[in-house]
Design a binder for this molecule. Structure first.
Ligand code: NDP
Length: 448
């Protein structure tokens, strides 16, 4: 264990004893607790108030059965989850993930991280996360609809516009949000902003679809500029080809970069002329096809089987935008060897702890997910504001607010790192800056 402070060590050991099988959650908790050592040392009142013990336990965990009938008439059963982690600064807020790998450990890790990320946005949102081990790949629209309706038939009783406001994540896009919103409205007989990521005709926010990818680039741009670099003329590698990856491509290209590689879980493509995000959008959002199909549009591009090799593609900036632990130590070594000078996380916890340490030790600018991918949830927060106001802002207005939020996140993160003697360490800075507001709210609200 890398935690040295005795109080934090005790809290972490308690977690390892209670949840030995929750490896993703333990990984996320260890990283945060390690960053908090100087803060806890400066605030002995936190230990007296049992603050960290409370922060690492979710306020509520809901697990439920999701039965549905497939197109062949066969009954299928999946598991559903909602982890309501912390509501000290606002209603629980965080996405729903539909992917076969989903389990309680993954949802707890995501929910825990979400608390700090949401705090960093400066908006009044607590942290939560949910999902199911349902796999939407290869299912018909009717099957996805029946699944979503069944999922919401249980979830509706735990959420609400002032209680818990879920959104999308891996495997949950506009289609799934629409089906779930329809079912919530039908059961509750209420039209409220209970989900974000909604379609524009029924209360969605313009720029929400683009927000995580755009926000990632706004954050990265700020980080680059603060270090005398820029996207202009840079070669960028983006893993994944989903929601985050596609719009990160669009914004990085607009900012003057060339995106030369992207992936899905089967393999990756390299196109030295630059990958057009519109082609990727057509393949992934319209056709829901594999990334290999890119060769039908651009025959001069190269396809390589296996997604891991993407980190061997020489680049200046890498944006991991697929999934957790997708950038391991070997990948980090390859990036450094090829001269990469900046990595910013679009996905949640895509970089393993040893890879993060290696990148930082080798002088690579590193933007941690909590800060760099907070643009999605920030814009979900703006969607909530619009729903409460019963107003709709223009794309430009939302985008300008998103830009301001990301610039502030960078500044607050960098300042927190510097204040606690870790200048340039944005991992520590994001954890500390996110933590401070929640800690202060929890201290004011008593032992709850
Ligand atoms: P999507 O489901 O839209 O896309 C995920 C993409 O990652 C797909 O292209 C998928 O390929 C690919 N992928 C999955 N596993 C791997 C792997 N092992 N190697 C390479 N590619 C892989 O999800 P999102 O884009 O929404 O989310 C991506 C990440 O960003 C997640 O970590 C999510 O938590 C995070 N995030 C998302 C936000 C949002 O607003 N959407 C907000 C903040 C964070 P395939 O189709 O083959 O599965």
């Amino acid at each position: 264990m890398s935690i040295k402070n005795a109080y934090l060590q005790g809290v972490y050991e308690g977690l390892t004893q209670r949840y030995p099988e929750q490896k993703e959650f333990l990984q996320a908790a260890e990283e945060v607790l390690e960053s908090l050592e100087p803060v806890v040392a400066a605030h002995p009142e936190y230990e007296a108030a049992g603050l960290i013990e409370r922060m690492v336990e979710p306020e509520r965990v809901v697990m439920f059965r999701v039965p549905w009938v497939d197109d062949a008439g066969k009954v299928q059963v999946n598991r559903g989850y909602r982890v309501e982690f912390n509501s000290a600064i606002g209603p629980y807020k965080g996405g729903l993930r539909f992917h076969p790998s989903v389990n309680l450990s993954i949802i707890k890790f995501l929910g825990f991280e979400q608390c700090f990320k949401n705090s960093l946005t400066g908006l009044p949102m607590g942290g939560g996360k949910g999902g199911s081990d349902f796999d939407p790949h290869g299912k018909s629209d009717a099957e996805v609809m029946r699944f979503c309706q069944s999922f919401m038939t249980e979830l509706y009783r735990h959420i609400g516009p002032n209680t818990d406001v879920p959104a999308g994540d891996i495997g949950v896009g506009g289609r799934e949000i629409g089906y779930m919103f329809g079912q919530y409205k039908r059961i509750c007989n209420e039209f409220t902003g209970v989900l974000t990521g909604k379609g524009i005709p029924y209360g969605g926010s313009l720029a929400r679809t683009e927000a995580t990818g755009y926000g990632l680039c706004y954050f990265t741009d700020e980080m680059l500029k603060a270090n005398g670099k820029s996207f202009q003329g840079a070669k960028v590698v983006i893993s994944g080809s989903g929601n985050v990856a596609i719009y990160a491509n669009q914004k990085a290209t607009q900012l003057g970069a060339k995106v030369i590689a992207m992936s899905d879980s089967n393999g990756y493509i390299v196109d030295e002329n630059g990958i057009d995000y519109k082609v990727m959008k057509e393949i992934k959002e319209v056709k829901r096809a594999r990334i290999k199909t890119y060769l039908d549009y651009v025959p001069s591009a190269k396809y390589v089987e296996g997604s891991q090799g993407i980190w061997n593609v020489a680049c200046d900036i890498a944006l991991p935008c697929a999934t957790q632990n997708e950038l391991p130590l070997e990948g980090a070594k390859a990036l450094v060897a090829n001269g990469c000078y900046a990595v910013a996380e679009g996905a949640n916890m895509p970089t393993t702890p040893d890879a993060t340490a290696y990148l930082q030790e080798n002088g690579v600018l590193f933007g941690p997910a909590k800060a760099s991918n907070a643009g999605g949830v920030a814009t979900s927060g703006l969607e909530m504001s619009q729903n409460s106001l019963r107003l709709a802002w223009t794309f430009e207005e939302v985008d300008a607010r998103l830009h301001d939020i990301m610039v502030n996140i960078y500044k607050n993160t960098a300042a927190a790192a510097e204040e606690y003697g870790m200048k340039g360490n944005l991992v520590a800075g994001a954890n500390i800056a996110g933590f401070q507001k929640i800690a202060s709210a929890m201290m004011s609200q008593g032992v709850v």
